[in-house]
Structures are given as C-alpha cells and as structure tokens.
Write a protein that binds this ligand. Structure first.
Ligand code: 5GP
Length: 192
C-alpha cells in the first residue's frame, strides 16, 4: 500500500533494537484518514472471504480494527491483556510474549463473543515474531471458530512471524512489509 509506505518513510522513526516507531499516525496519535484507507484496503484484499467478526488485541489494534470493521459491517472483539472484574462467564485465554515490552502476558476473550463456526479476521498493527497473532489464533480455535485471515498494517519481514503463520496455511495480508531498517541512517527498506 503505497500511501502507507510513504507515510512510514516520512514519519516513521527507526529505533535501536529493530523497533519502528509510528506513534505519530498509527498507534498513539491516529490519522483517521489513513485508517480509512487501511480499512478499505483490508476489505479489498479479503473481499472473497466470509468474515463474521474482527478480532484484535488491546490497545493498538482497536482503532485500526474499529475503522476496518465499518467496511466489513461486522462487530469487533478485542482481546484484553489482563483479567478484568468485568469479564464474566467462560473465558478463552492464550499466552503472548510481548516483542516491545519483553514480557509474557495472557490475552483473554469472553467466549460468548466468539461463536463456533464464525469466520474471524484477525487484525493488528504490527507483525514481528508472530506471538500476538498466534495467541489470537489459539483463542479462535478454542472457540471452535475459524481464522479467515490475518490483516497486518506493518509486517517486519526480517522477523519470523509472517513465515510461521503462512507455513501453518494461514492467509496473511500485510499492507507494508519492512525488509530492513537502519537507526543510524533512518532508512526503511520495503519489499516490492
Ligand atoms: P509479535 O507478537 O508479532 O512479535 O509482535 C506484535 C506486537 O508487538 C504488535 O501488536 C505491536 O504492538 C508490537 N510490535 C512489534 N514490533 C514493533 C515495532 O517495531 N514497533 C512497534 N511500535 N510495535 C511493535
């Protein structure tokens, strides 16, 4: 998605440790005009799939998923990162190792929000080692629902997540794939 790549080149900041900061438009301040284009692009790419629900993870995925859901006309469920007193009934959970925060946590979804046989599109801001996406896939499986696909805004192609998910036969659509980045020169190389 050319518009997104241009924006990453213009406003992305490459940090040491292979972290790309995009907090001025994607995951802190949010550019909703860009989010609309992202939503349209996910709809175009997954137009041939039955999608009943979008599943994401708090907090950065929520805005992207909410705007995207308007193009699919389906509800959004976001996995919570900690047990909340408001979560009642049966819960589904999976362990996730955070790439950016270097810690393990559980992601939790109330099982009543994922019905058996539903086709679920997983949406997130980044795909790095794939831990977050795999955790969400585990939750979908535990609900006896199906993963219709995984839509990622930025995939870091030099980390293993994309390969691991695709090797499992999952359909991964990434709107920008970063193949390399350099903090010293502030350059980002994209695939294609
Ligand atoms: P994974 O579980 O695929 O290793 O990492 C995915 C999660 O880590 C994303 O939800 C995102 O929040 C965070 N993440 C991974 N790499 C980056 C990065 O380079 N920049 C930012 N801002 N977040 C990242």
């Amino acid at each position: 998605m050319e518009l997104l790549k241009e924006r990453i080149r213009k406003d992305g900041v490459v940090k040491e440790g292979n972290v790309l900061k995009v907090d001025s438009f994607l995951n802190h301040q949010m550019d909703i005009t860009l989010f609309n284009e992202i939503g349209k692009e996910f709809k175009r790419r997954f137009a041939d799939e039955r999608i009943d629900k979008i599943l994401t993870i708090e907090a950065s995925g929520i805005g992207i998923a909410a705007i995207t859901a308007q193009y699919f006309g389906v509800p959004v469920v976001f996995a919570k990162k900690a047990q909340s007193i408001n979560l009642d009934g049966t819960i589904l959970s999976a362990p996730v190792e955070s790439f950016t925060h270097k810690r393990r946590y559980e992601v939790i979804v109330a099982s009543r929000f994922l019905q058996p046989e539903e086709h679920v599109l997983i949406v997130d801001d980044f795909l790095a080692n794939g831990c977050a996406a795999l955790g969400l896939c585990q939750i979908v499986e535990a609900a006896h629902a199906q993963v219709a696909g995984i839509g990622v805004v930025i995939e870091k192609g030099f980390q293993q997540g994309g390969r691991v998910l695709r090797e499992q036969g999952l359909r991964v659509e990434s709107l920008a794939i970063v193949d390399g980045m350099d903090a010293a020169t502030q350059t980002v190389q994209f695939r294609d």
